[in-house]
Ligand binder design. Structure first.
Ligand code: DQA
Length: 159
């Protein structure tokens, strides 16, 4: 099974960007921790960050037929991007939305998520550990997919 982690604009600055809101951990260190968990669970993992909407759309499209799940923090595009929303809908994969900050406690313009209706769930407000929680949730989703597949394969064939 393969998960792709997609990070939106300004998340490359994690560690130095508004640490009072986003914490002091660098994006690379978050990814290193996710990689350890992925390896422990025999899951392939890839990481992608871009500040450009179209590049994020391209990377989501590349997941079609290649990945089994997406963990995404679209950052500011969460609240505005119909293109990312449409790409997520088209991918038709289990998607977990992550936000480092607690969006419910922030400005009005951050209250709307364009992708939320197409996600398995959203993790928001736990700081960088949210990415780890998303991995745990994705591992559970992958287990459910495997169980459902095995049940289908073992089901008696109809004549
Ligand atoms: C964010 C929240 C967004 O509103 C903001 O634009 C970000 C980061 C978060 O992780 O808390 O860049 O997605």
């Amino acid at each position: 099974m393969k998960v792709v982690v997609i990070q939106g604009p300004n998340l490359n600055l994690l560690g130095s960007r508004e640490p009072n809101i986003y914490g002091g951990m660098k994006m690379e260190d978050i990814h290193s921790q996710m990689k350890v968990v992925a390896e422990q669970n025999s899951i392939e993992i890839e990481f992608f960050q871009s500040n450009l909407e179209g590049e994020l759309v391209d990377r989501i499209q590349e997941c079609i037929g290649d990945a089994d799940g997406i963990i995404i923090n679209p950052a500011a595009y969460t609240h505005s991007s119909i293109a990312i929303r449409d790409a997520i809908a088209a991918a038709n994969l289990p998607v977990i939305e992550v936000h480092i900050s607690n969006l419910a406690r922030r400005e009005e313009f951050r209250q709307k998520s364009m992708i939320e209706p197409f996600t398995a769930g959203k993790i928001s407000g736990f700081g960088p550990v949210g990415y780890h929680l998303a991995m745990v949730a994705m591992i559970q989703i992958f287990e459910q997919i495997k169980v459902a597949k095995a049940a289908r394969e073992n089901a008696p064939k109809e004549n």
